[in-house]
Design a protein around this ligand. Sequence first.
Ligand SMILES: [Zn+2]
Length: 72
Amino acid sequence: MATVLERVRALIERLSPAPICDDCIAEKLDLSVRQHANHKSRELAGAPGFERRKDICSICCGDKIVIRRTSR
Ligand SMILES: [Zn+2]
C-alpha cells in the first residue's frame, strides 16, 4: 500500500510540468486533513526534481503556493 508521500509524489509527477497547490493535492487524493498535503508537499519540495513556489495552480487556477516536478 502506498504511503501518502508516495501518492502525493505520483500525483505531482502525473501532472508534470503543471503545478498543483496543497488544497488540490488534498482534494485529489481525498486527504481528510489539508495540513497533511501541506506537510507532504513541503517534504517533497526538498527533494531533487521538485519545486515549490508561488504560482498559478493548474487545477483551481488560484494564485498560491504550488509544487511541480521540474523537467530534467
Ligand atoms: Zn489548486
